[in-house]
Design a protein around this ligand. Structure first.
Ligand code: THU
Length: 158
């Protein structure tokens, strides 16, 4: 039997940071601040991320590039791996991402790459509850209330 199926994605768009709930706004600002930690001599694209843990702790990170290109790390994964390593017993409840050329926040929201989304998805599974994803831009901010909305049908069969 053939069945047509659909997956619905929903998210909120904010025109400015002030419109966001206080905790989300705080995390978005932390991500913007974290862009300062970027080491990006090759792409000049500075990305910052901030993860909020279940106890309110915020962990920040930024992309770190290397002359051996694949050795570099992305902001989101650097941050989640640092949070996972330092606070293995705490759930990640939210992640915010911001980026821009030469450290200037882009107009468009920072949209994480697929590999970083897969890592978010697995930490969400580990937590057993939704992890929200906030993509920060100068002109608009997007909030997805769960990782499934930016990466449906994740690989999690092993
Ligand atoms: N980058 C991130 O850190 N996160 C993303 O989601 C996209 C790209 C970094 C990797 C590299 O240092 C630079 O941005 C350009 O791709």
């Amino acid at each position: 039997m053939i069945t047509d199926k659909e997956i619905k994605i929903s998210f909120k768009e904010y025109g400015k940071l002030d419109e966001m709930e206080i905790l989300d706004r705080e995390l978005a600002l932390e991500a913007i601040n974290a862009m300062k930690g970027s080491y990006s001599p090759y792409s000049h694209f500075h990305v910052g991320a901030a993860v909020r843990l279940s106890d309110g702790t915020i962990v920040r990170g930024a992309n770190q590039e290397n002359a051996a290109f694949p050795s570099g790390t992305y902001a989101e994964r650097s941050t989640m791996f640092a949070a996972g390593a330092q606070y293995p017993d705490k759930d990640m409840v939210s992640i915010a991402v911001a980026g821009g050329l030469d450290g200037v926040l882009s107009d468009h929201p920072a949209t994480p790459c697929g590999a970083c989304r897969q890592v978010m998805a697995q930490y969400q599974t580990k937590a057993g509850k939704p992890m929200s994803v906030i993509m920060v831009g100068k002109d608009k901010i997007w909030k997805f209330s769960r990782v499934d909305d930016i990466l449906p049908l994740i690989f999690d069969q092993i």
